[in-house]
Design a protein around this ligand. Structure first.
Ligand SMILES: [Zn+2]
Ligand SMILES: [Zn+2]
Length: 268
């Protein structure tokens, strides 16, 4: 083999290697987008706040998607989140930047969530309407089995390199973006309503709408997190066609602001 052939082989290998990484990155972002949609539409707007209800096939699809991509137990997530609304930005809040500082919540939100999620008394108190069923006991309560199955499917479809890189991209994106809602979304950004949460369009784009956290604290039972014509809520773009297909039903047609919630006069 002459020198030119060796150089040619190295270049071809490099291009194939970088192309695989780009493909893996795109797949990782696509998986996080699906996980974010399931988190905001099903776990948050649906289960936690009862802003919408779902047909049986839709519930099954969301549960499966969350099990494969996050390993989250819905009733634990709901309990932690309802506690956040009940005690927002007090010492009882599981992840308040007012108490801990926004950066600490950003980097430690995962462990803060885990600690609160493991508190059985908290789950029984805040999510007693969500009892584990047989599918939970057999499948969905086993996080590592779900995540392992998810990675296994990726390996079968794309091979080990793309599967592992896509899984790492997804894991980091999902944890960082959802931590940002609790950390940055209670510190930086606009506050059109008079509450401690904030609105950030860029964060809303990264989290399928969750970045409109100030809107959400003002009207938690609203299925739509965008309150103004220029706000883009990807979660709502999934909910709308689901209602047309009778896969979901929105409970309230109009915004219902929580008592005491009013438009803020301060710019941030
Ligand atoms: Zn909040
Ligand atoms: Zn909420």
């Amino acid at each position: 083999m002459d020198l030119f052939a060796i150089v040619d082989d190295v270049i071809t290998f490099d291009v194939a290697w970088y192309f695989s990484l780009v493909i893996a990155g795109v797949i990782g972002v696509a998986i996080t987008t699906a996980a974010n949609l399931a988190t905001t539409v099903y776990l948050h707007r649906g289960l936690s706040h009862r802003a919408l209800t779902f047909s049986r096939p839709a519930r099954g699809a969301f549960r499966l998607a969350l099990w494969l991509t996050t390993g989250i137990r819905p009733r634990q997530w709901v309990a932690v989140h309802r506690k956040h609304h009940a005690h927002t930005d007090t010492v009882e809040d599981p992840h308040s930047p007012v108490i801990h500082g926004w950066w600490k919540v950003q980097v430690r939100n995962y462990t803060m969530y885990r600690r609160a999620a493991r508190d059985v008394a908290n789950t029984e108190r805040f999510a007693k309407d969500l009892q584990a069923d047989r599918l939970d006991r057999v499948l969905f309560d086993h996080a590592l089995l779900g995540l392992g199955t998810g990675v296994g499917i990726l390996m079968l479809l794309f091979g080990p390199l793309i599967a592992v890189v896509a899984a790492v991209v997804h894991l980091n994106y999902y944890i960082a973006a959802n931590s940002a809602v609790n950390a940055i979304g209670h510190h930086f950004g606009r506050r059109p309503y008079d509450n401690s949460a904030t609105n950030l369009q860029w964060l809303a784009l990264l989290t399928a709408g969750e970045g409109f956290h100030n809107n959400h604290h003002a009207a938690p039972t609203s299925a739509k997190l965008a309150h103004r014509w220029y706000e883009i809520d990807l979660g709502w773009f999934l909910i709308k066609p689901m209602t047309w297909l009778r896969l979901a039903r929105v409970r309230l047609d109009e915004l219902k602001l929580v008592s005491g919630s009013r438009t803020s006069t301060s710019p941030t």
